[in-house]
Every structure is written in C-alpha cells, then in structure tokens.
Design a protein around this ligand. Structure first.
Ligand code: FES
Ligand code: FES
Length: 159
C-alpha cells in the first residue's frame, strides 16, 4: 500500500492504494462513491467515466495512483454545493435522457467534459464525444437532446 493524496469533488482526500488498484475500485470500494458505475471493466462501455484534471477518463482504465496530486470529479461532484442539480443533470431529466440509468453517470461526465471544452458543440460533435459511452436503453436521441439543452443552459446555445 502507498499513501495517495488527491482532490476529489473539491475536497482533499488522503487514502492508500496498491500499485495495481484501479481508480474505479478506489472510488467505489475504498471511498464508497458508487455513482461511478462499473460495466465492462475493459474500457469499452464508458459508464465508469470520471474527470481527471477536467478531462474525461474511463476509471476502469486508470490506476488509482495516477490520481496522485490531481483533481478527480465524479458524478457525485456535479451538483452545486447547495444540492441543486448541475445543468447537465437537469437537462438529462428534462429531456428524458435516461431510462435504466446505468450509463447515465458516465454520459453526464462525458457531456460535462465536452461542454467545458466546447461550449457550443454541433450535433456531430456531441455524437462524436459520446462515441465511447454505450447505452442499451435510450437510442441516444434523448441523450443528445440533453447535451444540446445543457449547452444552452450553460453557455447560451448549441449550434
Ligand atoms: S466499466 Fe469502464 S469502460 Fe466499461
Ligand atoms: S439508460 Fe439504460 S443503459 Fe443507458
């Protein structure tokens, strides 16, 4: 075990991890943040997506020790400090962007990353950004609509 310090959802975390521990296992198992879902464990489904220094990563494909000294944001960190929902969360609700919800945390983290780097994405850019996130339920149309609505809410508009 090695000491591991990083920022998680705006708060300093001091914990320990084995060299081979995956970030998803640290988040869900050691730290109890089960909003990050575990699907394929092979980097294909995207439901484990979190932000690492603002970039979306699949936490089943990142070692926990790679988070040392960095900022990690999970779906639990999206809501505002007063508990109100993030615009991406509000848009997924309003646009019916989820059914079973298993893919939803990853979808929302990918969408958040996209909108932070590209405030007014085109339909094609949204679809491209979501390529690494699989959904078995929705057919993606409402998810793309949710990202468009979030872009309007956060940045005044998509294209
Ligand atoms: S669980 Fe990480 S990509 Fe599927
Ligand atoms: S809402 Fe069920 S997998 Fe996407």
């Amino acid at each position: 075990m090695s000491a591991l310090n990083f920022e998680l959802n705006g708060r300093a975390v001091s914990t320990e991890a084995e060299p081979a521990t995956l970030l998803i296992d640290l988040l869900r198992g050691t730290l109890g943040l089960t909003g990050t879902h575990q699907g394929c464990d092979t980097g294909q489904c995207g439901c484990c997506t979190v932000l690492l220094d603002g970039q979306s990563v699949k936490s089943c494909s990142v070692l926990a020790v790679q988070a040392a000294g960095r900022r990690v944001t999970t779906v639990e960190g999206l809501a505002r400090p007063d508990g109100s929902l993030h615009p991406v969360q509000e848009a997924f609700v309003a646009c019916h962007g989820l059914q079973c919800g298993f893919c939803t945390p990853g979808m929302m983290m990918t969408a958040t990353c996209l909108l932070q780097h590209n405030p007014r994405p085109t339909q094609a850019e949204i679809e491209h950004a979501l390529e690494g996130n699989l959904c078995r339920c929705t057919g993606y149309v409402h998810i793309v609509d949710a990202v468009k609505q979030a872009a309007v809410a956060m940045n005044g508009g998509g294209q």
